[in-house]
Design a protein around this ligand. Sequence first.
Ligand SMILES: N[C@@H](CCC(=O)N[C@@H](CS)C(=O)NCC(=O)O)C(=O)O
Length: 200
Amino acid sequence: MKLITADASPFARKVRVVLRETGQTDAVEEVQVMTTPVATADEVKAANPLGKIPALILDDGRALFDSRVITRYLDSVAGAGLYPEDRIWDILTLEAMADGILEAAVLMVYEGRVRPEEKQYAGWVEAQWAKAIRGVGAVNDTWMEMLSGPLNMCQISVGCALGYLDFRHPDRDWRADHPALAEWYVTFGARPAMEETRPA
Ligand SMILES: N[C@@H](CCC(=O)N[C@@H](CS)C(=O)NCC(=O)O)C(=O)O
């Protein structure tokens, strides 16, 4: 299998962490691409008409996307139990929360890097940040219990979301009002799979 990926992509990082946590790195070749919403790489278009990464190309040529589909597929292949049935709706909701934090944080980056300066809208950027930090607050205030116990997919998703906030929005200081989550991330972020995939 081939994973169309980029080291800076937090959605691709979720998949790369799952590959490492479930012992499947040898089964998947990671193919690095450079792609943006206004300059989609050819390999990305070929794998995903929506022009987004990650995409996982299976050995029979079919491509899977988006990240949540790929992580669930890899979990199923490995029988890793990242989506335990008895908590499935909580797992999926918290996974969606983490992905929503990421979507807002990625859009903020695109606004600054992809949109021409004279068209950038600071109010829109702040509205995206408000979404992201509300999500962080909700995890800190009501979802911490889901982050303890055996490794599951919402832990990986939240970990990758926080890692991306550190990578692209360090000045926003998500830790300031979220001590429980900050403490959890000290340990989770030190997992070998997280260290190995940390964007530089
Ligand atoms: N919901 C998608 C989001 C993927 C996504 O937005 N990836 C970004 C890179 S981090 C991308 O490919 N952006 C290019 C674009 O939006 O055209 C997923 O979970 O895979």
